[in-house]
Design a protein around this ligand. Structure first.
Ligand code: PLP
Length: 388
């Protein structure tokens, strides 16, 4: 019998630069999850154990409501940002078209694809990655959609979208307006009223909370149709026993994001700007997408001409650095990122990696990335790339 392979610990700690995929669980969220795991009751039970669980859910609801700038009754907890987006889309009035930007997350684009072509309107973006507001105004006026959805900040480029402007255009034709704000908390303000939208999606694991908790935030008084029928949880808007520990962690992370996003944004902007300046100085042929428009403070989409994104991700992984490819992998086939394709990135869409930082990212982590990426550019790049 041959001995099983030895599993050895990595030589160095991981440099984690993939916060937009999922943020590390914050210590306050971890503590809240662990404490809530000890609470036995079902929040719908009337006895003391049930009431203790209910208290945790309602505390979390208040914390998430404060982050989103709404009353606690406006929070509908779901299991994921994907579910929150699906629930929002479910509110589209029958028979009227649905308009979404071309750079939305798959959880909006995939269900939209199931609608008849006549009911789908894609709002284009410019080469900067920002919605083309002139084109959107024309399409909204022409198609008079019943629901319009525009994300607050793009998950691949970090580009901040003109949500308030588009919300006004959509309201003018009587449309419901939804905003996928999953990437915003902890990085920028995400106040539903200021955005002028009817619905907004949030997800705990993007802001330091656990996976498996999220919310659809509703404007005051908005009634919605549930996706899941069953129990009367969440005021009959989402059936299913609440995931009490995950929601407790979501609440703690939301409170932390609300209290700390401004200093965190300053820290991340400084690191991000240093990373981009050093990368572009070393590799002048490289491109940072959306550099000239407002972006999240933590996100860099960096193209290295001639080097496939997958090659970059694997080489960086071998160096102990976690980043994402700006392209999606399905059924073993590598597809260029639809977001970058919508921006007209051409070939570079498949040669772009996303580096996303967090409030605890260090200078050393950025230096580690830069050293490895610049080495990779020098080693692997074709003649298109000159390393200074
Ligand atoms: N919307 C955006 C912009 C995202 O980046 C993601 C996750 O990557 C989602 C929605 C989906 O959230 P979840 O992972 O909670 O389903």
């Amino acid at each position: 019998m041959t001995a099983p392979p030895m599993i050895t610990a990595p030589a160095a700690p991981l440099t984690y630069l993939d916060w937009n995929a999922t943020a590390p669980l914050s210590p306050v969220a971890r503590a809240a999850v662990i404490a809530a795991l000890e609470v036995t009751g079902n929040p719908s039970s009337v006895h003391g154990a049930g009431r203790a669980a209910r208290r945790l859910v309602e505390d979390a609801r208040e914390q998430v409501a404060a982050l989103a700038g709404v009353a606690p009754s406006g929070i509908v907890f779901t299991a994921s940002g994907t579910e929150a987006n699906g629930l929002a889309l479910h509110q589209a009035p029958a028979g009227r078209p649905v308009a979404v930007s071309a750079i939305e997350h798959d959880s909006l684009l995939a269900p939209l694809g199931a609608l008849p072509a006549a009911r789908r309107v894609h709002l284009p973006v410019t080469a900067t990655g920002r919605l083309d507001v002139t084109a959107a105004a024309e399409l909204i006026a022409r198609h008079r959609p019943g629901l319009v959805s525009l994300m607050l900040a793009n998950n691949e480029t970090g580009v901040i979208q003109p949500v308030a402007e588009v919300a006004a255009l959509a309201r003018a034709v009587g449309a419901l307006v939804h905003c996928d704000a999953v990437q915003a908390p902890g990085r920028m303000a995400c106040d539903l009223l200021a955005l002028g939208v009817h619905m907004m999606s949030l997800s705990a694991h993007k802001l330091g909370g656990p996976k498996g908790a999220a919310a659809l935030v509703l404007a005051d008084g908005l009634e919605i149709r549930p996706l899941l029928a069953g129990g009367g949880q969440e005021r009959r808007r989402r059936a299913g026993t609440e995931a009490v520990p995950a929601l407790a962690g979501f609440g703690a992370a939301a409170a932390q994001a609300l209290a700390g996003w401004r200093p965190a944004a300053g820290h991340m902007t400084a690191l991000r700007d240093r990373l981009e300046a050093a990368a572009l100085a070393a590799v002048p042929a490289a491109t940072v997408w959306g550099r000239d428009v407002p972006r999240l403070p933590n996100t860099t989409a960096l193209a290295l001409p001639g080097v496939a994104a997958e090659t970059q991700v694997i080489a960086l992984d071998l160096a102990g650095i976690a980043v994402s490819a700006g392209s999606a992998c399905s059924s073993g086939k590598v597809a260029a990122s639809p977001v970058l394709a919508a921006m007209g990135a051409g070939r570079l869409a498949g040669q772009t990696v996303r580096i996303s930082l967090g409030p605890t990212t260090s200078e050393a982590a950025v230096d580690h990335f830069l050293a490895a990426w610049i080495r990779l550019a020098a080693d692997a790049a074709g003649p298109a790339v000159q390393v200074a």
